[in-house]
Write a protein that binds this ligand. Structure first.
Ligand code: ADP
Length: 480
């Protein structure tokens, strides 16, 4: 039973029910229309029979005086002339009294009568196209046509012609049987075909529900075929697919970011473990107290301090990274870049550290920025140039281009290899050369600079031709 509660069967039954009602209504309407047509055509025949007989009768009796003519019309003679093989004739006076009658010759003895009032009404007003009467036996029905007999305009009598409706009824009965059989055949065919048609139309829904199940079970690549019908189901299938694609993409993004997070945690742990292991080693040495002389103690403490400084820097770097990766720079103020970069470079004392420094700082380029964070960007770029382009020239510039402010550092060092260039902004990424150099950092310098610049709605880019030096440019929106 539950099976028939499915949409498929409900639609099928609804459709069949509707079809049955329409067929029934159409059949009934068709039956009454056919009946009316048949009655009217037969009535027209009777009326024209009457006209023909009456015209001939008038002609034959043209010379008679009016009174004689009237008497003849009310007599049996006129009635006899009116009747034919299966048509009975009767003459009524204007008060509805029957004055003559002639049954049909086909053994139909009876001449039907309407109510007296019907004859009186017909004489006064126009008679109806036809009347229906039941014979005295209560079963035979008659089609009756009344004609007002006139001498000029004066009504003289009412001539009634009637035929039994048996023949018409038979035609209608045959018609009705045909309609019933036809309707049943149509319903049968529709009953056989409609479940198939409905099932076909609903197939995409079935597919969608299967696909939705698979999607829920974690198969995010599930898609359904979109029917080329441009109907509601087509739209639904397309919407389903774009939803599935959205889910797929969202999960892919999540998977990737989880993977990145795993890498990050692994890298950070690894970076922290190195100084910790080192410190643990020194502690181990120092705990063997009797074997420690003053020089070893001093050296160990100095090394431990260095390791702990390195660790502190690393932890601070990680904190800065997470702070700027998760949002906007908040502590902002107007920063005139020429003065700001100049001061930062002064504090760095690059010349003392062996760099050849030059400056081209355009005045009047102002941004809205967190000075502390921005200083870290300048510091990191300068430190990198010191580390990877030692002794080279550092050309610092501040300028405005395309409606944006720029801080640029171009060095004349060895540059960055093609393999390294796409990755240098990744966390913990160290270039090939930096990896085996003790001076190399933790791979976080540029990874911190980028989120800081982006938190200011800016971008940072690196360009380098190996052997020709490296150029880093931080683009920032100008202060409004
Ligand atoms: P690190 O802590 O190693 O300095 P960064 O994120 O600051 O990490 O830099 C990533 C890598 O980019 C470095 O290991 C280095 O290979 C390369 N790099 C950065 N700046 C320069 C530069 N001025 N010249 C050449 N290579 C550079």
């Amino acid at each position: 039973m539950a099976r028939f509660r499915s949409l498929r069967w409900r639609l099928t039954f609804l459709y069949l029910g509707l079809l049955a009602v329409l067929l029934l209504a159409g059949g009934v309407a068709q039956y009454y229309a056919a009946r009316e047509v048949l009655f009217r055509t037969n009535a027209d025949v009777l009326a024209s029979e009457y006209s023909a007989v009456f015209t001939a009768f008038r002609k034959a009796n043209a010379t008679r005086p009016a009174a004689a003519l009237r008497a003849l019309i009310l007599s049996q003679q006129f009635s006899n002339e009116l009747r034919s093989r299966n048509t009975s004739a009767a003459i009524f006076d204007l008060n509805g009294g029957r004055v003559a009658l002639t049954p049909a010759s086909l053994g139909i003895e009876e001449v039907p009568s309407l109510t007296t009032q019907a004859y009186i009404d017909a004489a006064r007003q126009k008679p109806k196209a036809y009347y229906l009467a039941t014979g005295a036996d209560g079963t035979t029905n008659y089609l009756v046509v009344l004609n007002v007999v006139r001498n000029g305009t004066r009504p003289l009598a009412i001539a009634q012609l009637a035929i039994p409706t048996a023949e018409i009824d038979q035609t209608l009965r045959a018609d009705r049987q045909l309609a019933v059989v036809g309707s049943l055949v149509v319903l049968l065919i529709a009953g056989l075909l409609s479940p198939l048609i409905v099932a076909r139309a609903l197939r995409p829904l079935q597919q969608m529900s299967t696909a939705a199940g698979a999607l829920a079970a974690g198969d995010y690549k599930q898609r359904v075929p979109v029917p080329r019908t441009h109907d509601e189901i087509g739209t639904l299938a397309a919407a389903f697919n774009s939803m599935a694609a959205g889910i797929d993409q969202a999960f892919e993004v999540r998977r990737q970011s989880e993977e990145q997070m795993r890498h990050f945690v692994a890298d950070a742990s690894h970076e922290l473990r190195t100084p910790l292991t080192s410190i643990a080693g020194y502690i181990d040495v120092l705990s063997r107290r009797d074997a420690v002389d003053a020089a070893t103690l001093q050296a160990s403490l100095a090394a431990m301090q260095q390791e702990s400084t390195r660790m502190t820097r690393l932890v601070n770097d990680l904190l800065t990274l997470t702070r700027f990766e998760s949002g906007k720079a908040t502590r902002r103020q107007l920063v005139p870049l020429d003065r700001f970069v100049g001061q930062a470079l002064d504090e760095l004392s690059l010349r003392e550290k062996g760099a050849v420094e030059s400056r081209d700082l355009q005045p009047g380029v102002t941004v809205s920025a967190d000075p502390e964070a921005l200083k870290q960007v300048v510091d990191n770029l300068a430190q990198n140039a010191l580390k990877y382009a030692p002794g080279a020239e550092q050309r610092w510039s501040v300028f405005e281009a395309d409606g944006r402010a720029a801080i640029r550092l171009a060095d004349t060092g060895p540059g960055i290899s093609r393999q390294d260039l796409p990755h240098i902004f990744d966390r913990f990424y160290r270039g090939e050369k930096a990896r085996d150099r003790s001076a190399g950092g933790s791979g976080l310098g540029l990874a911190i600079a980028r989120p800081i610049v982006e938190a200011h709605q800016g971008t940072i880019e690196a360009a380098s031709e190996p052997g020709q030096g490296a150029t880093f440019t931080a683009w920032l929106p100008l202060a409004a």
